[in-house]
Write a new protein. Structure first.
Length: 162
């Protein structure tokens, strides 16, 4: 009789496991690719600083092939400090100095661009020092303008054409 009582518990546990496995396909990972991704795509990005990156690519199997008319290259020496670490599911290209990451599983929803933007900043610096009470102190400040590069990123607009 003890054996008979365990059987319903075993059945319930098995049913719960099967239900969990069946519903796993409904998670975000299961929805990442809504259908076949092979096809022709166009992309564009408006990068701060007035730069616009446009082009066309083909997804074939698990890779991305760019049209020769694009000014894009997969030969990136060092992506720079402004780019996210590389993910195996993404294909990384550089187009006109902007790094593009295309998601092979879902290029329309998950592709991104990264760029460094040169910006001007100002800071107060000491223009004149003097010794007062045995210590060197700043007696006159001035405003200094300098340039620095800041990281920018955004969603790459990708549209499937065929």
């Amino acid at each position: 009789m003890r054996y008979g009582r365990r059987r319903p518990l075993f059945t319930v546990a098995t049913l719960a496991t099967l239900t969990a496995c069946a519903s796993a396909g409904n998670t975000a990972a299961g929805r990442a690719s809504p259908g076949p991704v092979e096809g022709v795509y166009e992309f564009f990005a408006s990068v701060p600083g007035g730069q616009r990156v446009v082009g066309k690519f083909h997804v074939v199997a698990d890779t991305i092939v760019f049209d020769q008319s694009n000014d894009c290259s997969s030969k990136l020496t060092a992506p720079g400090p402004f780019v996210a670490p590389h993910d195996r599911n993404f294909v990384r290209y550089s187009c006109n100095g902007v790094v593009l990451d295309f998601d092979r599983r879902n290029p329309v929803q998950s592709s991104k661009w990264y760029a460094g933007l040169l910006v001007r900043r100002q800071r107060e610096v000491c223009a004149q020092y003097a010794v007062q009470n045995g210590r060197e102190v700043c007696v006159r400040n001035r405003t200094e303008t300098y340039e620095t590069t800041e990281s920018r990123s955004g969603k790459l607009q990708v549209v499937r054409r065929s």
